[in-house]
Design a protein around this ligand. Structure first.
Ligand SMILES: [Cu+2]
Length: 227
């Protein structure tokens, strides 16, 4: 009997491996509006091929900004920081909790990258990671520089576009969990469950996140009575 179940299991495994789908996710903010720059991670234990994460991800420092400002990297991916500005920058990084506070301020890392010299390739530095989770990036020299890097062990991960959407390809059919993270979140968003199947409708995930950028000007004014 055990033998029969064993072969049945492998049969299903082989069947499942051939079936994968594209999962489109739409992330919504607290007011039901599409939420850009949200990290989406898909976790599944369904059998099937896993995409190979890129060997390297480049985060540039350009015009006093981290580009992209919200990046996602797999733990097996090396992150190359590249300074395109003519002046030096630091990269300071560490795990960050809700509200944008470093979780373990003493455990971060920091290095300096020289400014770009005319006619030369930009200076860069490579960092690799062993711990999953969101990191905040900053620069000791320029306090306004802020970036975020989310590290994950999921091969299906990314950031929502301007319409709050992301497409994850080659996801094996079966049960999956969607985890959302956003730099402006104050509480963790509970993971959403979904059933991956070919031709499935886009998955809408509602959150309690209020993105800072999207706050109307009137709301900002209300906070400053008497001025
Ligand atoms: Cu800087």
């Amino acid at each position: 009997m055990r033998q029969v179940l064993w072969s049945l299991g492998w049969g299903l495994l082989a069947l499942g491996a051939a079936q994968a789908a594209e999962v489109e996710v739409l992330v919504l903010d607290r007011d039901g509006r599409p939420l850009p720059e949200a990290v989406v991670l898909l976790h599944t234990s369904a059998p099937g091929t896993r995409p190979t994460p890129p060997a390297e991800l480049v985060i540039s420092q350009e015009k006093m900004k981290f580009q992209p400002a919200m990046a996602v990297a797999h733990l097996s991916t090396q992150v190359r920081f590249s300074n395109l500005d003519r002046w030096d920058h630091h990269v300071r990084g560490g795990l960050v909790g809700p509200g944008g506070v470093y979780v373990e301020p003493s455990k971060g890392y920091s290095f300096r990258i020289n400014g770009r010299k005319a006619g030369q390739a930009p200076a860069s530095a490579v960092q690799s990671y062993t711990q999953t989770g969101p990191q905040m990036l900053g620069c000791h020299l320029h306090g306004s520089m802020r970036g975020h890097l989310y590290l994950t062990d999921s091969p299906w991960a990314g950031v929502t576009d301007a319409d709050g959407r992301i497409r994850l390809s080659g996801v094996p059919n079966g049960a999956a969990r969607l985890q959302i993270w956003h730099a402006d979140e104050l509480i963790e968003t509970p993971a959403a469950s979904t059933q991956v199947a070919e031709g499935m409708a886009p998955v809408r995930v509602g959150t309690q996140i209020v993105p800072r950028k999207a706050k109307p000007a009137a709301a900002q004014e209300l906070k400053m009575p008497g001025y």
